[in-house]
Design a binder for this molecule. Sequence first.
Ligand code: C5P
Length: 218
Amino acid sequence: MSRFQIAIDGPAGAGKSTVARLVAKQLGLTYVDTGAMYRGIAWRALKENISISHEDALSALAKETQFQLENEGIRINGQWLNEELRTPQVSQLASAIAKMAKVRQALVSKQQEIARYQNVVMDGRDIGTHVLPHANIKVFLTASIEKRAHRRFLELQAKGLSVNEKTLQEEIRKRDENDRKRKHSPLRKAEDAILIDTTEQSIPEVVEKILELCRTKV
Ligand code: C5P
Protein backbone atom coordinates (compact mmCIF):
# COMPACT_ATOMS: atom_id res chain seq x y z
CA MET A 1 0.00 0.00 0.00
CA SER A 2 1.36 3.43 -0.76
CA ARG A 3 1.90 5.60 2.27
CA PHE A 4 1.73 9.32 2.85
CA GLN A 5 5.18 10.68 3.52
CA ILE A 6 6.42 14.15 4.39
CA ALA A 7 10.20 14.66 4.27
CA ILE A 8 11.70 17.66 6.08
CA ASP A 9 15.41 18.33 5.74
CA GLY A 10 17.69 21.20 6.63
CA PRO A 11 20.66 22.32 8.70
CA ALA A 12 20.90 22.23 12.50
CA GLY A 13 18.56 24.56 14.35
CA ALA A 14 16.34 25.48 11.39
CA GLY A 15 13.26 24.42 13.39
CA LYS A 16 12.77 21.05 11.67
CA SER A 17 11.82 18.99 14.69
CA THR A 18 9.41 21.56 16.17
CA VAL A 19 7.70 22.02 12.81
CA ALA A 20 7.68 18.30 11.96
CA ARG A 21 6.21 17.37 15.35
CA LEU A 22 3.39 19.90 14.99
CA VAL A 23 2.59 18.88 11.41
CA ALA A 24 2.52 15.21 12.49
CA LYS A 25 0.17 16.01 15.37
CA GLN A 26 -2.19 18.02 13.18
CA LEU A 27 -2.40 15.31 10.53
CA GLY A 28 -2.27 12.29 12.86
CA LEU A 29 0.95 10.99 11.29
CA THR A 30 3.94 9.35 12.99
CA TYR A 31 6.81 11.74 13.62
CA VAL A 32 10.23 10.22 12.95
CA ASP A 33 13.16 12.23 14.30
CA THR A 34 16.09 10.62 12.47
CA GLY A 35 18.59 12.94 14.19
CA ALA A 36 17.58 11.32 17.48
CA MET A 37 18.56 7.95 16.00
CA TYR A 38 22.10 9.18 15.16
CA ARG A 39 22.24 10.80 18.60
CA GLY A 40 21.07 7.54 20.18
CA ILE A 41 23.96 5.63 18.62
CA ALA A 42 26.38 8.33 19.80
CA TRP A 43 24.91 8.15 23.31
CA ARG A 44 25.25 4.35 23.41
CA ALA A 45 28.81 4.53 22.02
CA LEU A 46 29.79 6.91 24.83
CA LYS A 47 28.16 4.69 27.45
CA GLU A 48 29.81 1.56 26.11
CA ASN A 49 33.18 3.18 25.47
CA ILE A 50 33.20 2.41 21.77
CA SER A 51 35.81 4.51 20.04
CA ILE A 52 34.97 6.61 16.99
CA SER A 53 37.66 4.71 15.08
CA HIS A 54 35.68 1.43 15.35
CA GLU A 55 33.30 1.78 12.43
CA ASP A 56 32.34 -1.91 12.46
CA ALA A 57 31.46 -1.85 16.16
CA LEU A 58 29.43 1.34 15.65
CA SER A 59 27.54 -0.11 12.70
CA ALA A 60 26.83 -3.30 14.70
CA LEU A 61 25.48 -1.04 17.46
CA ALA A 62 23.28 0.77 14.92
CA LYS A 63 21.93 -2.56 13.60
CA GLU A 64 21.09 -4.05 16.97
CA THR A 65 19.59 -0.93 18.58
CA GLN A 66 15.80 -0.83 18.76
CA PHE A 67 14.12 2.52 18.30
CA GLN A 68 10.56 3.42 19.20
CA LEU A 69 9.70 6.80 17.74
CA GLU A 70 6.92 8.68 19.46
CA ASN A 71 5.65 12.20 18.89
CA GLU A 72 7.15 13.43 22.17
CA GLY A 73 10.50 11.69 21.87
CA ILE A 74 12.32 8.41 21.48
CA ARG A 75 12.82 5.14 23.32
CA ILE A 76 16.11 3.39 22.74
CA ASN A 77 16.07 -0.30 23.65
CA GLY A 78 13.03 0.50 25.77
CA GLN A 79 14.62 3.44 27.62
CA TRP A 80 12.98 6.83 27.30
CA LEU A 81 15.66 9.38 26.35
CA ASN A 82 15.42 13.08 25.82
CA GLU A 83 17.84 15.60 27.32
CA GLU A 84 20.58 12.92 27.43
CA LEU A 85 20.65 13.05 23.63
CA ARG A 86 21.00 16.85 23.46
CA THR A 87 24.35 17.41 25.18
CA PRO A 88 27.14 19.06 23.13
CA GLN A 89 29.22 15.87 23.50
CA VAL A 90 26.47 13.71 21.98
CA SER A 91 25.79 16.31 19.23
CA GLN A 92 29.44 16.31 18.15
CA LEU A 93 29.79 12.55 18.24
CA ALA A 94 26.51 12.05 16.35
CA SER A 95 27.76 14.33 13.61
CA ALA A 96 31.06 12.36 13.36
CA ILE A 97 29.28 8.98 13.38
CA ALA A 98 26.85 10.20 10.71
CA LYS A 99 29.75 10.29 8.23
CA MET A 100 30.08 6.50 8.33
CA ALA A 101 28.50 4.68 5.40
CA LYS A 102 27.79 1.47 7.33
CA VAL A 103 26.13 3.28 10.23
CA ARG A 104 24.01 5.26 7.79
CA GLN A 105 22.96 2.10 5.92
CA ALA A 106 21.83 0.47 9.16
CA LEU A 107 19.80 3.50 10.26
CA VAL A 108 18.40 4.31 6.82
CA SER A 109 17.00 0.79 6.47
CA LYS A 110 15.29 1.14 9.87
CA GLN A 111 13.86 4.51 8.81
CA GLN A 112 12.54 3.05 5.54
CA GLU A 113 11.04 0.12 7.43
CA ILE A 114 9.11 2.50 9.73
CA ALA A 115 7.79 4.42 6.70
CA ARG A 116 6.73 1.16 5.02
CA TYR A 117 4.05 0.52 7.64
CA GLN A 118 3.05 4.00 8.77
CA ASN A 119 2.30 7.43 7.33
CA VAL A 120 5.16 9.63 8.49
CA VAL A 121 6.62 13.06 8.87
CA MET A 122 10.34 12.35 8.90
CA ASP A 123 13.02 14.96 9.51
CA GLY A 124 16.77 14.84 9.02
CA ARG A 125 19.44 15.69 6.47
CA ASP A 126 18.95 13.10 3.71
CA ILE A 127 15.26 12.24 3.88
CA GLY A 128 14.13 13.82 0.60
CA THR A 129 17.31 12.89 -1.25
CA HIS A 130 17.91 9.38 0.01
CA VAL A 131 15.63 7.85 2.66
CA LEU A 132 12.23 8.69 1.12
CA PRO A 133 13.00 9.79 -2.44
CA HIS A 134 9.31 9.39 -3.41
CA ALA A 135 7.88 11.33 -0.47
CA ASN A 136 4.58 13.11 -1.28
CA ILE A 137 5.87 16.39 0.16
CA LYS A 138 9.50 17.47 0.49
CA VAL A 139 10.50 20.56 2.39
CA PHE A 140 13.94 22.05 2.95
CA LEU A 141 13.94 24.35 5.97
CA THR A 142 16.70 26.85 6.44
CA ALA A 143 17.47 30.07 8.35
CA SER A 144 20.47 32.34 8.87
CA ILE A 145 23.12 30.90 11.17
CA GLU A 146 22.68 33.83 13.57
CA LYS A 147 18.97 33.10 13.87
CA ARG A 148 19.49 29.36 14.31
CA ALA A 149 22.07 29.90 17.05
CA HIS A 150 19.85 32.48 18.74
CA ARG A 151 16.88 30.07 18.81
CA ARG A 152 19.04 27.34 20.32
CA PHE A 153 20.36 29.87 22.84
CA LEU A 154 16.80 30.81 23.93
CA GLU A 155 15.82 27.13 24.15
CA LEU A 156 18.75 26.31 26.42
CA GLN A 157 18.26 29.47 28.46
CA ALA A 158 14.62 28.51 29.06
CA LYS A 159 15.90 25.23 30.48
CA GLY A 160 18.10 27.17 32.89
CA LEU A 161 21.35 26.40 31.08
CA SER A 162 23.84 29.19 30.63
CA VAL A 163 25.57 29.08 27.25
CA ASN A 164 27.53 31.47 25.13
CA GLU A 165 25.71 32.37 21.93
CA LYS A 166 28.92 32.73 19.90
CA THR A 167 30.07 29.26 21.03
CA LEU A 168 26.71 27.83 19.95
CA GLN A 169 27.03 29.54 16.59
CA GLU A 170 30.48 28.00 16.09
CA GLU A 171 29.19 24.54 17.10
CA ILE A 172 26.31 24.77 14.62
CA ARG A 173 28.63 26.03 11.87
CA LYS A 174 30.94 23.03 12.38
CA ARG A 175 28.08 20.53 12.34
CA ASP A 176 26.67 22.08 9.16
CA GLU A 177 30.05 21.90 7.51
CA ASN A 178 30.43 18.23 8.50
CA ASP A 179 26.97 17.46 7.17
CA ARG A 180 27.39 19.39 3.89
CA LYS A 181 30.86 18.15 3.04
CA ARG A 182 30.60 14.49 3.96
CA LYS A 183 30.92 11.87 1.24
CA HIS A 184 27.81 9.79 2.06
CA SER A 185 24.40 11.42 1.80
CA PRO A 186 25.55 15.00 2.41
CA LEU A 187 23.02 17.61 3.47
CA ARG A 188 21.48 19.13 0.37
CA LYS A 189 18.09 20.19 -0.86
CA ALA A 190 16.34 17.61 -3.05
CA GLU A 191 15.57 19.08 -6.46
CA ASP A 192 11.83 18.67 -5.91
CA ALA A 193 11.86 20.03 -2.34
CA ILE A 194 10.19 23.33 -1.47
CA LEU A 195 12.61 25.75 0.18
CA ILE A 196 11.28 27.56 3.25
CA ASP A 197 13.49 30.15 4.91
CA THR A 198 12.40 30.44 8.54
CA THR A 199 14.65 33.40 9.44
CA GLU A 200 11.73 35.82 9.45
CA GLN A 201 8.87 33.37 9.87
CA SER A 202 7.23 32.05 13.01
CA ILE A 203 6.75 28.34 13.67
CA PRO A 204 2.93 28.53 13.19
CA GLU A 205 3.45 30.26 9.83
CA VAL A 206 5.80 27.52 8.62
CA VAL A 207 3.49 24.76 9.91
CA GLU A 208 0.56 26.37 8.07
CA LYS A 209 2.61 26.53 4.85
CA ILE A 210 3.33 22.81 5.03
CA LEU A 211 -0.30 21.95 5.87
CA GLU A 212 -1.32 24.01 2.84
CA LEU A 213 1.10 22.01 0.67
CA CYS A 214 -0.48 18.81 2.01
CA ARG A 215 -3.99 20.03 1.19
CA THR A 216 -2.97 20.46 -2.44
CA LYS A 217 -1.67 16.86 -2.55
CA VAL A 218 -4.67 14.97 -1.19
O1 C5P B 1 18.87 16.70 13.65
P1 C5P B 1 19.90 16.57 14.75
O2 C5P B 1 20.68 17.82 14.99
O3 C5P B 1 19.34 15.99 16.00
O4 C5P B 1 20.93 15.47 14.18
C1 C5P B 1 22.12 15.13 14.85
C2 C5P B 1 23.19 14.80 13.82
O5 C5P B 1 22.85 13.59 13.14
C3 C5P B 1 23.37 15.85 12.72
O6 C5P B 1 24.35 16.80 13.04
C4 C5P B 1 23.77 15.04 11.50
O7 C5P B 1 25.17 14.93 11.43
C5 C5P B 1 23.20 13.65 11.76
N1 C5P B 1 22.05 13.34 10.94
C6 C5P B 1 22.28 12.85 9.67
N2 C5P B 1 21.23 12.44 8.91
C7 C5P B 1 19.98 12.52 9.35
C8 C5P B 1 19.71 13.06 10.64
C9 C5P B 1 20.79 13.47 11.41
O8 C5P B 1 23.41 12.77 9.22
N3 C5P B 1 18.98 12.08 8.59
